[in-house]
Structure formats: C-alpha cells, structure tokens
Design a protein around this ligand. Structure first.
Ligand code: MTE
Ligand code: LUZ
Ligand code: MOS
Length: 748
C-alpha cells in the first residue's frame, strides 16, 4: 500500500497547522524572549509596546491563572520567565496583535533591564559546580574493579558529541479557538496531544475536559515536538482564555531555532578492558549530558543513554554512570534515538581507540563481542531472538566486505590526495518507552451504516507513515478496500490519556489497540452473517462475505446494514498495554523493552586530503525489520534515519558562544545534508527473520534505530584520516566537519 499522504503531499493539498482556515478575528501571537543567558530581570517595561499599532495584549507570568509551570517530568520550567532568565531564548512575554508584522514591531519597543549572572554552557563545568538536573544514575553488571586485573589491554579515553537541530520542515505552532463555557480547542503541531492538554489545563487552571487538542499531522517532529510543542500551544490557549478570541502562532524558523532545545550534546570518559583474544571484559563510562536550563525530557533521555551504553555488545562487567548537567542553554529534548545514539557513540569510540592502540581493525573487536541469546545486559534484561550476528554476517557476506576492504587498501596504497575509509556499524535498539507506565494505547473505530469506517488512535502522523500502517490493519482485518476507511486526526476527545507518538512505538502500541477494536467488530459482523447464512464458516474477502469458502451476494455494506438493523453495536474502543515489560529503578534492573531491533551497516567514505571534504561512496545495510508490513515506508525510514544520522555525525554543527548565544541560528550557518551529501549508494537488505510477537503484525519498530547507522560515518572518516596521517593522536569529537577533518589530516 502506498503512503496514503503521498498524493496530497506532492500536490500541496495536505493540511498543516498554518494551512488551517482561520476564523474571522483571529489574532497572532509572538513570543518575546531573553537576550541574555542568565540574569535577574530588574525591570520589564511593556508600556510603549502595549500602545503600538495593532497590539491587543501583552501577556506575562502575572496573567497566568493557574501554575506558571510546564515541566513534564520535573516541575522546573516556567512558561514565562518570572524574575529571572536561565537561557537566551527563554520566553518572557507573549505579544498578541492583529498581525505578525505588528507584533514584531511592538517587540522592539519592549525594554528589559537585566542584572547579569555567570553563564555556564559546558556540562562538565556545570557538574563541577554541582549544577545537576537530578542525582546521577549508575547501571552496573558484574564487577569492573575486579575485572581490570584480568584484562590484557586497558584503554582509556574521552569522546564528545554535539547536539543536533531537529529542523522539522514545519516549525512549531498552534492555533487556539474559544468554545462555550470557557472550553478551548487547540490545533497543535505536537507528537503528544495529551501532554499539551495536561499543561494547558495546569496553566489555565481548568479541568482537562475543557481542553480539546487536535492534531492532523506534523511536517516532521523527530522528537522535537514530543515535549517542546507544548509551550506554544499553552501560550495561545492562555491568550484565547484571556481575550476570548482565536489566537494563532506559527513560528519563524530563526525564532524556533533560537528558542527550542535540541539533541543533547554529551561528553564522556571511558575505560575499556580486553582479553588477549579481544573479548571485552570490562567497560566503564561516565556521561556528562548537557541538559540545558530545565529538565524537559533529559532524565528519560539520560536513562536511554545508560540502557544503550554497550550497544550491540556483550560485556560481562559494566559500570555506566551519567550526570544530567544543568547549563544556561535552551532545555535539550527528545531527538530520534533519545540518548541511545550518544550512549552508543561512546562505546564505539572506546572500541575504535582500543583497535588503534592494538593495531587491529575495529571490526574485529566489534564482531567478537556481539550479543547472543541469553546474554544479560547491564540493566538485567536477558536477550532473546538476538539478530546481531545474523545481520553482521549477512551484511559482510552480501556486500562482500572482505573484497571491499582489499579494494580500499589498494586505493589508499596508490592514491595520495584521496583516501578511503571504512566502518562497520552494528546496532541494537530497545523498543518500548523506558518508563513502563507509558506503554499503552487506545483506538476508537466507528463503522457507519453505509459501510464506511472512521478510525481514531493516539498515533500522530509526522511523515513516518503510521496512518498508512493503521489503514492496513483495518483493511486487512475486515477484508475491505482502503477507500472505505478514513484515519482521522489525533484528538483528545476521541482518544484520551495517550502517550506521545515516540520511542518508535507508535505503530506497535496504537496498531495493537486498533487490531483489538477491529477484531471485536469483525466478530460481531461474522455472527450476523453466520445467522443469516446458516453456517459457521464465514469470512470476508475483497468486500464480500464468503460462506464455506464460496463468495455470496452479501457485500460489506449489505452486511453492515444488516447488523445495524439488528441493532448490533458498530463502534468499538479498545485498549492495549504491552505485556512482559517491567523495570525497577531502585535496583536499575528489569526487562524494560518488548524487544530489540538489530542491524548492520557498512559505510565507505572518500576524503579529499587537500581540502578536508568527503563524500560517502556507499552505505550498505542489512536491517532486522522482522516481517515488514510496508516495505516502501520502512525502507524510507531507513534512508531518512541514516541520512539524519550522517548529518549529525558530519556537517551539522550547533555552536553556542560562551555567553549562551546560538551562532548557528539559521540555515546559512547550520548545514544539513542535501542531495549532494547523501551517500552515492544506499543499499537496504531485509534480514530474514520471524519478527516478534509484540511488534505489530511482526513488523518491528523502525523509526529511530536506523539513525544509529550514521555513527559509522564518523568512524569511516576517521579511518580515512588515519590512512593519510597514521600517527597523530586524534580526539573523538563529533561532528567531523570538513574543518576538523582538515586539521586532523595535518595534525602532528
Ligand atoms: N519520520 C518522519 N518522516 N518524520 C518524523 O518526524 N520521527 C522519528 C521517526 N521517523 C519522524 C520519522 C521519530 S523520533 C520517532 S520516535 C518515530 O518516527 C515515531 O513514529 P513511530 O513510533 O510511528 O515509528
Ligand atoms: N520518549 C520517552 C522517548 O518518553 N521515553 C522513551 O523511552 C523514549 N524513547 C525514545 C524516544 N522517545
Ligand atoms: Mo522520537 S525521539 O521518540 O520522538
């Protein structure tokens, strides 16, 4: 089934937030933000701005009837700065006027007097000052202290990895309209309608039943709208509550880049110990997560860093520690992989450092230590149905890795200006929200008496194709055509108490609930047909009822109408909660993931050693999709995730100065991959496997895992740099921009 949005997208007919038909009298809202990163607000003068042309109101913390608080995990984040600011871009006031232009003019008239305080942007410095979001966490397996004495080789080092701008094509935005009795409906470009609803209720001091959130689709989220779509929706809701008018916000790209958090930068110290035959016996790592000025999702992100601190490797002795460090930057947030990629980057750096020290290829160490069934990870989950070796072996065989290695070595021996580099990147990513409580979903299905169907779930479509997968479940369960089914917007009145569409679990959780709802309805319809046709053997295929394997005259609409006449309920609501998972934070042990996704990628790069630039010749992937329910969509997720990961590892460089000012604040200074920087070839092979019972139709979650193939891009470039400059002591510091590559090529 092709993506149901494909045609409307290319024709420009799909509705995004800014395309919603505006009601007459709609006002525009513009957030006014801090221009210093840490300060007391001595005075805020709104006088002149309030009188400016077209301005209706300027709202501040004083206008909030409920709590001035939008922290989801930890209540440490005000909606509007009150008395002090903790990062540049923190919102102090909301300007509401008859046009965006007038709001921007008024913004220039606002006068703020700050008393500046010391600014910290570096996570290690924050940790040294005791500035932490929460106490550190520590995952332990075996005993590293005892294991070091048994290690033949012990290598220590440091790795640094920068953040990443989400760059969803649709910027943040929301549109609120008043309903009667003080209730409000808000269209929000959010991955988490319930999160928005909860915060609107909290800030406006109204019950959640007065707040309706509606989300048609997002022009990309990538985690950036899991928590950080909320403030904008709350702001327009507040303005609507105060002014009784429709109020809209659709952010300018530069405002969005400046005010929102990004992927967390991490700095890590590692120590890895290996036996004579290259078995990793012990691994210690300390992560310093740059959380920014408030918790946001940082505690959960940090947790996933620890869960993935040994990637696809079995290490019997592990001591992984992480600090969530409070800095004067916008609060960093979810981003595809959610801390997992940063955890994996450190172990890959450790392996590469060890390989370089021992004069072996990193792949040799990687392969020797891949997980197998029965291995226990540092958090206590015992792995089953592991596909680490299967994907590695299939990948290296299918794409002829040994020959590729020879070809690259020959090339490097005969070329001086250009050098090629190779890296093999295995992945192992846990599927489920690490917070067990969040792993549930609901679906609501109405069959109308003309046979058409409308479906609501908690899943948010953000380009990943979840609506198409939901549609497939309905058509395949009922045996009917796609034209009969409509997947409706995600709406808190139709489906309540949802988890955000995140953790790659959107299709699994909502799909399983939808399957339950459809199966319940199917059972009722089959019963109607059994009575009508006097037989037990009923099926529905191709829109017709089959009795005893023969087609009857009864079509789908006929059957639905018969059921309606017999007063059979044609609506079903179902609930699904992932079985088997649990986790005990007091012990840091449990079984948090429904299953793991595996895969292996081989990355080949050519570096121009005169210029420091590089091109990716090929990325060859064998990925564990289980039994993919939609290969076009799933392959698209691999390509998109891979390129996004390569961008993070290579070109995309977020730069804050030491005063917390974002210098890479526009697309002219922040370079994302384009068609020229994607690999010349991307090959994707599906690993032959059985899939997993807890995956929807045995089709494994695919949204985040492929991003981590991009890690291989960093290490492939390093491999090429070392072919040119074998003896320099190189740092591990992503992204590997051409500037950094050039410096490393000529480093003494
Ligand atoms: N693909 C597109 N096109 N746009 C997106 O915003 N988000 C990614 C991934 N793929 C995203 C995407 C992230 S961060 C997640 S968690 C998953 O999609 C969420 O959707 P799923 O749970 O349905 O896989
Ligand atoms: N969000 C979340 C996530 O709240 N918990 C998670 O475990 C998670 N994992 C990936 C992406 N978002
Ligand atoms: Mo994705 S980071 O779980 O939104």
């Amino acid at each position: 089934m092709i993506n149901i949005d494909a045609q409307n997208h290319v024709r420009g007919k799909s509705i995004y937030l800014d395309d919603i038909q505006e009601l007459q009298g709609t006002l525009y809202a513009l957030p006014f933000d801090a221009t210093v990163a840490h300060a007391k607000i001595k005075s805020l003068d709104l006088e002149a701005a309030s009188k400016a042309k077209g301005i209706v109101a300027i709202l501040t913390a004083k206008d909030i009837p409920g709590e001035n608080q939008i922290g989801g995990i930890i209540p440490d984040e005000p909606l509007f700065a009150d008395g002090e600011v903790h990062f540049r871009g923190q919102v102090i006031a909301l300007i509401v006027g008859d046009s965006e232009h007038h709001c921007r003019q008024a913004a220039r008239l606002i006068k703020v007097v700050y008393e500046e305080l010391p600014v910290i942007v570096n996570p290690r410095e924050a940790q040294a000052h005791g500035k932490l979001i929460m106490p550190p966490r520590n995952f332990k397996l075996g005993n590293t202290e005892e294991a070091w004495s048994e290690c033949e080789h012990i290598i220590e080092g440091r790795s640094d990895v920068n953040g990443q701008e989400h760059l969803y094509i649709e910027t943040q935005g929301a549109y609120a309209r008043p309903k009667e009795d003080g209730s409000i409906v808000i269209s929000s470009s959010t991955q988490g309608p319930t999160a928005v609803q909860r915060m609107v209720a909290r800030v406006l001091n109204i019950p959640m039943h007065k707040v309706e959130i509606d989300t048609v689709r997002l022009g990309g989220g990538f985690g950036g709208k899991e928590d950080q779509a909320t403030p904008w929706a709350v702001m327009v809701a507040l303005a609507t509550q105060v002014l009784h008018k429709p109020v809209k916000m659709s952010m300018h790209r530069m405002d969005d880049m400046r005010m929102t958090g990004k992927r967390h930068p991490y700095s890590a110290d590692f120590k890895i110990g290996l036996t004579k035959d290259l078995k990793i016996l012990a691994y210690e790592v300390t992560h310093y997560q740059n959380a920014g000025a408030a918790a946001d999702l940082s505690p959960a992100v940090m947790e996933r860093t620890l869960f993935h601190s040994t990637n696809a490797y079995y290490i019997p002795n592990v001591n992984a520690k992480a600090y969530s460090c409070k800095t004067n930057l916008p609060p960093n947030t979810a981003f595809r992989g959610f801390g997992g990629p940063q955890g994996k980057f450190a172990i890959e750096a450790a392996i590469v450092k060890a390989a370089e020290t021992l004069g072996v290829s990193p792949a040799e160490i990687q392969k020797k230590n891949l997980v197998v069934d029965g291995n226990e990870l540092s958090y206590g989950q015992i792995l089953q149905q592991t596909n680490a070796h299967a994907s590695w072996d299939d990948c290296t065989a299918t794409y002829q890795y040994e020959q590729q290695k020879k070809r690259v070595a020959d090339f490097n021996a005969t070329n001086s200006r250009y050098k090629k580099g190779l890296a093999v990147q295995p992945i192992c990513f846990g599927i489920s929200f690490t917070n067990t409580m969040m792993n549930h979903a609901r679906a609501l299905v109405h069959i109308y008496h003309d046979g058409s169907i409308v479906v609501s779930t908690g899943a948010v479509e953000m380009g990943q194709g979840v609506n198409t997968k939901m549609l497939q479940i309905v058509t395949e369960t009922f045996g009917i055509s796609a034209k009969r089914v409509r997947i409706e917007s995600t709406n808190t009145l139709r489906v309540a108490n949802t988890s955000p569409t995140a953790a790659s679990a959107g299709a699994d959780l909502n799909g399983k609930a939808l399957q339950l709802a459809c199966n319940a309805l199917l059972e009722r319809l089959i019963t109607v047909a059994q009575k009508e046709l006097n037989t037990d053997k009923i099926q529905i295929n191709d829109e017709f009822v089959f009795a005893n394997d023969k087609a009857t005259e009864i079509s789908w609409p006929d059957l639905v109408m018969k059921a309606h006449v017999l007063r059979v309920a044609l609506t079903e609501n179902a609930h699904y909660a992932t079985p088997t998972i649990h986790y005990d934070k007091t012990k840091e042990k449990g079984h948090p993931f429904a299953y793991h996704v595996y895969g292996t990628a081989i990355v080949e790069v050519t570096v121009d050693c005169l210029k420091g630039t590089y091109e990716f010749d090929a990325v060859n992937v064998v990925h564990d999709f289980g039994k993919s329910m939609n290969t076009d969509i799933d392959n698209g997720q691999i390509e998109g995730g891979l390129v996004q990961g390569i961008g993070w590892m290579t070109l995309e460089e977020i730069v804050y100065n030491d005063q917390g000012r974002l210098l890479s604040n526009a697309l002219s200074t922040y370079k994302v991959p384009d068609i020229y920087s994607v690999p010349k070839q991307i090959n994707i092979k599906h690993l032959e496997t059985e899939g997993h019972e807890l995956a929807i139709k045995k089709s494994k979650a695919v949204g985040e895992p492929p991003l981590m193939y991009g890690l291989g891009a960093y290490f492939a470039i390093r491999d090429a740099v070392r072919a040119f400059n074998p003896n320099a002591d190189l740092a591990v510091n992503a992204p590997y921009t051409p500037e950094k590559v050039l410096m490393d090529l000529y480093k003494k």
